[in-house]
Design a protein around this ligand. Structure first.
Ligand SMILES: Nc1ncnc2c1ncn2[C@@H]1O[C@H](COP(=O)(O)OP(=O)(O)OP(=O)(O)O)[C@@H](O)[C@H]1O
Length: 362
């Protein structure tokens, strides 16, 4: 799959422009703060419906404008697919696929596959469990169509359950409501746990191979959750989860919060047998982050049959030659966007200079 043409209007410092790209490697170069990452942000937004820099909608609107609009024309297995998004200040954002409005991001994710490498990937290794959950959830959503829907539903039920738990006027009706919510929470939660367990076990196998190729370290991923250590079929996980919710209900009421469930999940990453959050050096953290992303790329490719579009945001300069070559050899025959300050440093099929928000093909 590849992005053929991108139309951008008022997205951050990128004013109105239409650009066509190569199906191979597109090198986006230019000085600092010219709009290179903003361009990758547009492409990622069309793929997962969210900014990879966690920008809010209003912050993505150009300072002197009141809306932004992005349209990408993609080739997916020979078929042309158009994805559009737009936002006007104080209105709702919209997404369209082939001119049809879609209701939820869960219908968008998985159509245009992308994997992004950015310096912020280090946070997956050293950040909080929620950062690792987000990384895993986006990766799984790309390949499992209903996964994001399950997550959204789970979070809605969880928020309602916590609201009831905190309600000082806890009554008999509240107990009945909690019965219904525990049933729903265990229904959606068991699916999330099962998919995460399968995905992380698969990723762990792939990463072990990648690590061997690029370093002498030993990296291990372990899925951690407080519902079930072993069970990997939905029914057993659901029963275990429901029992925990019911038996812990009094404690949950006391704390006004739900103790058990995938909202507390983590991925424990160890390097040479030690917790990477505490013991990994900067260089080792970078190696792990790179392997996590390469692993994600491999899984999406093998599950979908199509290579995701690769977005390499300012990462080449941080890697040594061995790792740069490894990426280049690994990701052949897929469309790539690489941002860099110097044109000469990166081999590409087409080059684009970005200057003050204007994309100029060479
Ligand atoms: N809403 C906005 N409206 C206009 N400009 C914005 C907006 N948000 C960010 N910018 C500008 O976009 C520019 C940053 O663009 P970007 O992050 O893409 O830079 P870059 O070329 O990747 O730089 P670097 O090489 O330093 O990473 C900054 O000048 C910033 O002020």
């Amino acid at each position: 799959m590849y992005l053929k043409e991108l139309t951008i209007d008022n997205f951050k410092n990128l004013k109105h422009q239409k650009v066509t790209f190569s199906a191979g490697t597109n090198v986006i170069y230019g000085s600092n703060a010219q709009g290179k990452s903003n361009l990758l942000e547009c492409i990622r937004l069309l793929s997962i419906g969210k900014s990879f820099r966690n920008s809010k909608n209003k912050d993505m609107v150009c300072f002197d404008g009141d809306y932004y609009y992005i349209k990408g024309v993609f080739d997916v297995d020979g078929e042309e697919i158009t994805v559009e998004t737009g936002y006007k200040l104080n209105q709702n954002r919209f997404f369209k696929v082939n001119n049809n409005k879609i209701k939820s991001i869960s219908e968008l994710i998985g159509i245009i596959l992308t994997t992004i490498f950015s310096p912020d990937d280090l946070n997956i290794v050293k950040g909080s469990p929620s950062t690792r959950r987000r990384y895993i959830d986006v990766s799984i959503s790309m390949i499992k169509r209903n996964y994001l829907y399950d997550i959204i539903q789970y979070n809605k039920v969880l928020a309602n359950r916590n609201k009831i738990l905190k309600d000082v006027k806890f009554k008999k009706e509240s107990a009945r409501l909690l019965d219904i919510m525990d049933e729903q929470l265990s229904f959606f939660g068991s699916k999330i746990i099962m998919y995460r367990r399968q995905y992380i076990s698969n990723l762990n196998l792939i990463i072990k191979k990648i690590v061997q190729d690029i370093s002498s370290e030993k990296v291990d991923l372990n899925y951690w959750n407080n519902v079930s250590d072993e069970a990997d079929d939905i029914k057993s996980i659901k029963d275990l989860f429901l029992n925990k919710l019911i038996s812990n209900r009094d404690v949950d009421i006391r704390y006004g919060d739900t103790k058990y469930g995938p909202h507390r999940d983590d991925v424990k990453i160890s390097i040479n047998g030690h917790d990477s959050r505490i013991f990994a050096s900067q260089g080792q953290q970078r190696t792990i982050a790179l392997c996590l992303k390469l692993g994600e790329y491999e899984i999406i490719k093998s599950e979908d049959g199509e290579s995701p579009i690769l977005l390499l945001d300012d990462v080449m300069s941080e890697l040594d030659e061995k790792r740069r070559n490894y990426i280049s050899n690994k990701v052949t025959r897929c469309q790539t966007f690489v941002t860099h300050t110097e044109k000469e440093d990166v081999k590409g099929d087409r080059y684009f200079l970005i200057s003050n928000g204007v994309i100029i093909p060479d």
